[in-house]
Design a protein around this ligand. Structure first.
Ligand code: CA
Length: 242
């Protein structure tokens, strides 16, 4: 079977400040990536609904539709439902809001940012996207998992609790999938870091705790007294035995 020539990855850049947009695009081109630019939320969403991208860089504060609204719309209904999204925010508090609000963004970068940091995040997210596509293509070892009342379907990137669909970010999904695929098995923070974040270098073991906390808020009926993702003191985390 001849493997198709892999085209250069395309990146949708949604940013209203022309100088930032152009700077980002310039550096993406230098990385052999193909940027497609939009200068407002409506334009960005229209492009995201038209075709699939390998990555989306999305400014939070945009004229018209804001970044969170665009992000949610992309996740809900577009060919980019599982495309990695990097959100650009102006302040730290906004970054927290972006991730806390279940916008569906995978990562964020606070302005002003250095171009090297941007490119490091871009590369990490692109690698992650490739890994999940490869896994989806590999099939069997990566099939849907039923755990108690939770259904996790990696091909569709869908999580269902009872009859309710739950929107998770890329990392939240990966973390849940690792744990519920192996009920009762304890994973150390370090091992979860390498499984969920792969080779991203800007995260620490504290990121695991933060992610667990966010995930519990979405999937546990009582996040303070979880019955799915349990803390194993001094060791790490596990999905409760079934
Ligand atoms: Ca802006």
């Amino acid at each position: 079977m001849a493997s198709p020539v892999s085209p250069r990855p395309t990146v949708l850049v949604v940013e209203d400040e022309a100088n930032i947009r152009e700077l980002v695009s310039l550096h993406l081109r230098l990385e052999e990536l193909v940027p497609v630019e939009a200068s407002d939320g409506d334009g960005g969403l229209a492009l995201a609904r038209e075709r699939r991208f390998d990555l989306i860089i999305l400014d939070l504060m945009l004229p018209g539709l804001d970044g969170v609204t665009v992000c949610r719309a992309i996740r809900r209904d577009s060919p980019n439902a599982d495309t990695p999204i990097l959100m650009l925010t102006a302040r730290r508090e906004e970054s927290d809001k972006v991730l806390g609000l279940d916008s569906g963004a995978d990562d964020y970068l606070t302005k002003p940012f250095g171009i090297r940091e941007l490119l490091a995040r871009v590369r990490a997210l692109l690698r992650r996207g490739e890994a999940s596509q490869a896994r989806a293509a590999a099939g069997s070892a990566t099939g849907p998992v039923s755990y108690k009342h939770i259904e996790v379907d990696p091909a569709r990137r869908r999580v269902r609790i009872g009859t309710r669909d739950v929107g998770l970010t890329f990392n939240e999904f990966e973390l849940l999938y690792v744990l519920v695929s192996n009920p009762g098995i304890v994973f150390s923070r370090e091992s979860l870091l390498s499984k969920v974040w792969k080779d991203q270098t800007f995260v620490t073991v504290r990121s695991v705790d933060t992610l667990v906390k966010r995930l519990r808020k979405k999937i546990e009926s009582s996040p303070a007294d979880p019955d799915v993702i349990l803390t194993v003191w001094g060791a790490g985390y596990k999905a409760a035995d079934v």
